[in-house]
Design a protein around this ligand. Structure first.
Ligand code: SF4
Length: 357
């Protein structure tokens, strides 16, 4: 049982980091128009440290801010802060290569329209799509056309078009509703209503818990509310997007705010982007054989006061060492930003690093 509320930062309520105010900007579904991206870039250059971090929930962070007032005003004017009361709960990760942004927008608007949901924990998470279904959402949606382990049936999803975002792909007649990352046999026909209903039930049941998985009997009670109509058959998966010229990775998850001016983009939970063909991807990872691919790091020194090391510098120095799976560097035992799935970790101890596999 949690004894205190979560402390997830927002875009207005900043986290006081060692290098100044830290703002986390929720981008439900990950899609940003060129104009919105430029607002974020210029805000970082003019108000913050001049860099932009990508998070494992496909959100953005700006560091080095004095306060969140001016940033909040700019984001609101750009449509990136539609609800001051709900901003920290707008955590929706969507499969980045599916045309699902319109559905995400409907879910986001419906969650923000319910005052009772403003006090959901900042850790609350919705996933939409098979490729992100294993990222541990409290609530997840997967097309009912999908196979048992995330293999889309032909026609179930189409590649995203960054140039023309917001087009809903062929809508399945049935959706699998995942609860705490599990298929419990619940099938729904109205995905927006199902997510809002499940979120309300979680809020009623959760007490001081941050996640549905922590609520005693929570998954069973929500399953009982909907009624399971099938034997559970879907195994959640995580299917990262491989680096390419239109799906470039971002080295250590941090962009220089001068990069990608005027480019519409979609954020992925793997600290990479979906960009239009022909985009200048200088400085990004476009080749799966790049030594940067699969390497991530937390903030470390000097940005985080808890850090025992400059993990980003140490990760850069280590680069080139062969690795057969993702590698994550952490400045302390909290291991922030650790990717989901199998990963090799280097955790600073104050006397070097402990390797955890
Ligand atoms: S893992 Fe530790 S050092 Fe790294 S960002 Fe989190 S708290 Fe800071």
């Amino acid at each position: 049982m949690r004894s205190h509320p979560d402390a997830c930062p927002g875009a207005v309520e900043l986290h006081a980091a060692a290098d100044g105010g830290l703002a986390r900007i929720r981008v439900p579904g990950g899609t940003l128009s060129a104009a919105q991206w430029d607002v974020v870039r210029l805000a970082s250059l003019e108000l913050g440290s001049g860099s932009i971090e990508l998070t494992s929930r496909a959100n953005l962070q700006i560091r080095g801010l004095a306060d969140g007032v001016e940033l909040g005003a700019r984001l609101a004017a750009a449509g990136l802060l539609p609800s001051a009361s709900h901003e920290r709960i707008r955590n929706i990760i969507a499969a980045p290569l599916e045309d699902n942004q319109a559905l995400v927008d409907e879910i986001d608007a419906a969650l923000c329209a319910d005052p009772a949901l403003a006090s959901l924990p900042g850790r609350f998470l919705v996933t939409a799509g098979a490729s992100v279904s294993g990222l541990g959402g409290d609530i997840g949606l997967v097309s009912g056309d999908v196979g048992p382990a995330g293999n889309d049936a032909p026609g179930a999803a189409r590649p995203a078009s960054v140039a023309a975002p917001g087009i809903r792909s062929a809508t399945p007649s049935t959706w699998i509703l995942l609860l705490a990352g599990r298929d419990t046999g619940v099938r729904v026909t109205d995905p927006v209503d199902a997510v809002v209903t499940a979120a309300r039930l979680f809020q009623q049941l959760r007490g001081t818990s941050w996640r549905l998985s922590e609520v005693d009997d929570g998954v069973r009670k929500i399953t009982a509310h909907f009624g399971a109509t099938e034997a559970p058959r879907f195994t959640p998966v995580v299917t990262p997007v491989a680096p390419s010229p239109v799906t470039p990775g971002v080295p250590l998850g941090r962009l220089d705010a001068h990069q990608l001016p005027g480019v519409p983009l979609r954020l992925t939970p793997w600290r990479s982007l979906v960009v239009p063909a022909g985009t200048d991807t200088s400085g990004l990872i476009t080749d799966p054989a790049s030594p940067w691919h699969g390497v991530s790091a937390c903030t470390g020194r000097p940005g985080c006061a808890k850090s025992l090391s400059d993990v980003r510098a140490d990760a850069r120095a280590w680069l080139g060492t062969p690795h057969d799976r993702p590698v994550h560097w952490s400045g302390c035992a909290r291991r922030c930003g650790r990717p989901a799935g199998d990963v090799t970790e280097f955790v600073a101890t104050g006397d070097g690093y402990e390797e955890i596999r």
